[in-house]
Ligand binder design. Structure first.
Ligand code: NDP
Ligand code: MG
Length: 386
């Protein structure tokens, strides 16, 4: 009998988190769900805890902790609150793998804690690699920890690599749907609304990544994520717009051969692969039907209009703490856009201004990254209220 994998899901109440629970539910003989955590959604966390009976739950927002404790007091479930608890629960001896499905900078410290406790990581929280790629990859090497990508593009590349041994990657193509504003001019983007930006054509996701997809920041973050995961230079990473979201990304080898991974857009597949690697388990997911897709099309991204993409490549080239600053500015700007404080185009504007204002640190340690994050947030807030 195969030993069950002990799983911790950070961000179980989110889009990735709830889909991960569906995967776990489909394979009770494979997974032992040890930990689930939420930010604010106490109601859903309680429902999930009662259904899946994990060993531990954490609610980030301590103001509702009492309600969770009361709802679960009869169960044999430990209930904790706050950021520090996230770092502690991932280190439990019964956890083998941590799925980082919380959003944004908040994922950084728990991911470090998990790696230091030698837990493998299924990484959805791309912001952590953008903020601290060098530090995370060094730690993973030191502690001999595997990082399995969950992001569909990076999972696609990861799925193209088995069997290639020492064959080096010449370059990769990250595919992008182009989001709801593909083909828009700057003039058209100036008046788009939050409701339009929140309507992604192909994927149903959390609010932050949906806005990031509309602004192409998501692809920019993914370029930086790919740099760290696959040890590639910026010149080895290309972005190609593919509106149907069927080809999830491609790898080109040095003989010119290109491998791609295809499938219907459904995050459950890359989530499951990250949780069961190297094994592929059978699924009932709908299958791709070529007759439904007589055309798969590809076009160049518009760097002039979607400047976040340009900023991301610049941040990657500059390195050091600059990607961390870009990420912090973007988190603040996206939140401000969601709160109707700024226009859509101001997101990229604030990102660019903030990147220029922070002082450069070539080899930032954790303390320096924490400082950069705070400083960049302050600069972005200032730019918003200006
Ligand atoms: P959601 O917004 O749907 O979910 C985020 C999760 O994180 C929720 O469980 C939320 O809790 C929790 N959370 C948010 N802030 C905090 C905090 N400060 N402390 C503790 N927990 C917190 O996001 P997604 O699931 O869409 O995305 C999660 C990550 O995965 C992101 O990094 C995203 O870029 C990445 N990703 C997502 C994809 C998708 O299809 N959704 C695809 C590829 C990558 P609560 O809701 O209870 O407040
Ligand atoms: Mg993606």
């Amino acid at each position: 009998m195969i030993k069950k994998r002990g799983i911790a899901i950070l961000g179980s109440t989110g889009s990735i988190g709830t889909q991960a629970l569906e995967v776990i539910e489909a394979y009770p003989e494979r997974f032992d769900l040890q930990v689930i955590t939420a930010g604010k959604n106490a109601d859903l966390l309680i429902k999930q805890a009662l259904k899946f009976k994990p060993n531990m739950v954490v609610l980030g927002d301590e103001s509702q902790l009492k309600a969770v404790k009361e709802a679960l007091w009869k169960e044999d479930i430990h209930v904790y609150g706050g950021e520090e608890a996230l770092c502690q629960v991932v280190q439990s001896t019964n956890v083998d793998l941590v799925l980082t499905a919380l959003v944004g900078y908040a994922g950084l410290k728990p991911t470090i804690a998990a790696i230091e406790a030698r837990k493998d990581i299924a990484l959805a929280n791309k912001e952590t690699l953008v903020v601290a790629g060098q530090l995370i990859m060094n730690l993973a090497r030191t502690y001999n920890v595997n990082i399995y990508p969950v992001d569909s593009e990076h999972s696609a590349i990861f799925q193209c690599l088995p069997g290639e041994g020492g064959n080096a990657i010449e370059k990769i193509y990250l595919t992008a749907s182009g989001g709801p504003f593909r083909g828009y001019s700057l003039e058209q983007l100036a008046t788009v609304t939050k409701a339009q930006a929140l309507k992604h054509p192909n994927w149903s996701m959390g609010a932050k990544i949906t806005i990031d997809s509309a602004s192409m920041m998501n692809k920019g973050l993914e370029v930086i994520e790919a740099h760290w995961l696959f040890n590639l230079k910026a010149s080895q990473i290309d972005v190609i717009v593919h509106p149907q979201s069927i080809v999830h990304s491609l790898v080109q080898f040095k003989d010119g051969s290109i491998k791609a991974q295809l499938g219907l857009p459904d995050m459950k597949l890359p989530i499951q692969y990250a949780l069961t690697y190297p094994e592929r388990l059978p699924t009932e997911f709908p299958r791709f039907d070529f007759a439904q897709y007589p055309q798969l099309t590809f076009e160049k991204p518009d760097f002039g209009t979607f400047t976040n993409l340009k900023l991301s490549f610049q941040a990657l080239e500059k390195g050091g703490n600059i990607p961390c600053a870009l990420n912090a500015a973007n988190e603040v700007a996206v939140q401000a856009f969601i709160e109707d404080k700024i226009s859509f185009l101001q997101i990229a504007e604030i990102n660019g201004l903030t990147m220029e204002r922070v002082s450069f640190v070539a080899n930032p340690d954790l303390t320096s990254l924490v400082e950069t994050n705070s400083m960049a947030r302050r600069f972005a807030e200032e730019a918003i209220s200006f």
